[in-house]
Unconditional design. Sequence first.
Length: 280
Amino acid sequence: MSYECFEVTEIGSVTHVQLNRGDSLNTMIPAFWRELPEIINAISDEGKARAIVISSTGRHFCAGMDLSVFTSGGLNDGTRSERGRSNAITRGGALHLQESFTCFEKARMPVLTAIQGGCVGGAVDMVTAADMRYASEDAWFCIQEINIGMTADVGTLQRLPKLIPEGVARELAYTGRRMSAQRALEVGLVNQIFPTHEDLVEGVLEIAAEIATKSPLAIWGTKESVNFTRDHSVADSLNFIATWQAGMFQPQDMAAVFEAQSKNEEPEFDDLPPVRKGLG
């Protein structure tokens, strides 16, 4: 299937999703918001991929929301309906945009992002929803919304304080300053810095390939548990993982590991089952 904003390729058990509008700074045009959740949800539902890598093309990872979205009336209903109903439509639009990145968290496999050049505005919303972030030396991050007179509303303000010290997140959000890749590494926003864009993509694909060698069911359980723990108490999170294990613990995968180790081989695991939609 072809997309306006993305190229999707399968590399073994890793699915590589690339933003492909490098000449236009990979800005988020209306098609972006439709295509991204469609792609991620399809990969997750199918269950064959063991990890997803999001990378980009061109000089910058993504320059954020395309200005045409603001000027074309894409964020409102374009009608003269009374205020309450008009505002409800605006709220619904924001929730739709949020879901375009929340699908990263809901995906049954890890989502890794490889960031080069500028990661601006909505792009920060996007990468903070991923499981891990990696950067090239020239990467930088900017919460651009404050610089154009608006409050970021697609996930940055909710997720960034869970990833880096709250005071640092507030400073970035209040000032709209750029954060360098080195500073992002120091505060824990990115896991690793690579010298070049090419090294970055190659390195992140290698990390994803390593993840893909593990039991996909165990990886899914780990992701679900870490995500739950982020938003709940230790006591609630321990109860969650106990319940998860009661339903999902799979001795067959452990047996496969032990048998492979005894033969000095790599274990093989079944894919996740496809997600069933409906009762048919």
